[in-house]
Ligand binder design. Structure first.
Ligand code: MEV
Length: 315
């Protein structure tokens, strides 16, 4: 028996980092997916075939002995093997349309799709349970996660997320065109989150002020999304970028790209942990061609993306 599931990547439209401290964030899933196919095997092995190579472990292997990039997947396989007293092993294949380490949710998307695919070998579970499993798995490599990324990869669309609260769907179908620019620098989300924690501890008042500003911005952003007001959404993105610069997760390279993109689009900001990764920009359909031509001339790596409204798909 084969169990197959896919989950989309994500962007954070507003509120990354502040969301770790209880501020609301707005996220959306995008039309690039990770597909996971699993099957039971007779041999007591966990085999994971992904862009990190073909890895082969004993089902009893210690999680810490497993390559970090695939630890969450092995964690899920071991969890299911133990829960269902499965005497054989599991073979897992991960096909990704998402580049890793650039803030587009490749880790969360693979955790969600793997949680659904691997647990699907044994039982059917509601999406809420899959999400819980996926967050547990992601915590093996990223203990500080707010859970925001896995939530949007599970449910899809545009969501408002607050840590330890229920997420809410934002009923908006904005017609902006999304351009994602890759700064070509890989980042570690956990490292960036720790860096912000340090910033918060040394600048508590400033951080609190920024949390208040971000909270106000999120309310304005929700309204602008519902009103399909791209010019305003762009302005709010620029404002959010300035808060991210203040907490130190931007850098000169990202700022140069943001500045260039701002001169052509409604607005831009980094998305995700920062320190590298991607920048998102929004524009309208009519200007898209001219804008992407100017990105081509400037030799930026970019792609256009659409929002995804499906979330997790179990086949
Ligand atoms: C990473 O995509 C988003 C962060 O806010 C961390 C998190 O919410 O877990 C930086």
């Amino acid at each position: 028996m084969i169990s197959k599931a896919s989950a989309p990547g994500k962007i954070i439209l507003f509120g990354e980092h502040f969301v770790v401290y209880g501020v609301k964030a707005i996220l959306a899933s995008v039309d690039k997916r990770i597909t996971v196919t699993s099957k039971k095997t007779d041999e007591k092995k966990i085999i994971i075939d992904s862009l990190f190579g073909n890895q082969n472990y004993s089902s009893d292997a210690d999680i810490e002995s497993i390559k970090p990039e695939i630890q969450p997947i092995a964690y899920l396989a071991k969890k299911m093997i133990n829960k269902f007293d499965w005497t054989g092993g599991i073979q897992i294949k991960i096909d990704s349309q998402l580049p890793p380490g650039v803030g587009l949710g490749s880790s969360s998307s693979s955790c969600v799709a793997s949680a659904a695919s691997i647990s699907g070998l044994f039982e059917e579970r509601p999406r809420e349970d899959i999400l819980e499993l996926a967050i547990d798995a992601e915590r093996t490599i990223f203990p500080q996660t707010s859970g925001a990324d896995c939530t949007v990869c599970t449910f899809g669309g545009i969501i408002e997320y607050q840590k330890d609260k229920d997420y809410e769907k934002i009923n908006a179908k904005p017609d902006f065109e999304l351009v994602i620019l890759n700064s070509d620098t890989i980042h570690s989300t956990d490292k960036m989150v720790s860096q912000v924690r340090e910033f918060k501890n040394t600048n508590p008042e400033m951080f609190l002020k920024l949390c208040e500003k971000e909270t106000n911005l999120i309310e304005k952003a929700k309204q602008a999304l519902r009103n399909n007001d791209s010019a305003n959404i762009g302005r709010i993105m620029k404002e959010n970028q300035s808060y991210l610069e203040e907490i130190g997760v931007s850098n000169q390279n990202l700022q140069n790209i943001v500045e260039f993109a701002n001169s052509k689009t409604f607005g831009s900001k980094l998305t995700g942990a920062g320190g590298g990764g991607c920048i998102i920009s929004i524009t309208n359909k009519n200007d898209l061609k001219t804008i992407t031509e100017s990105f081509d001339r400037a030799k930026y790596k970019y792609w256009t993306a659409k929002l995804d409204f499906d979330g997790l798909i179990v086949e």
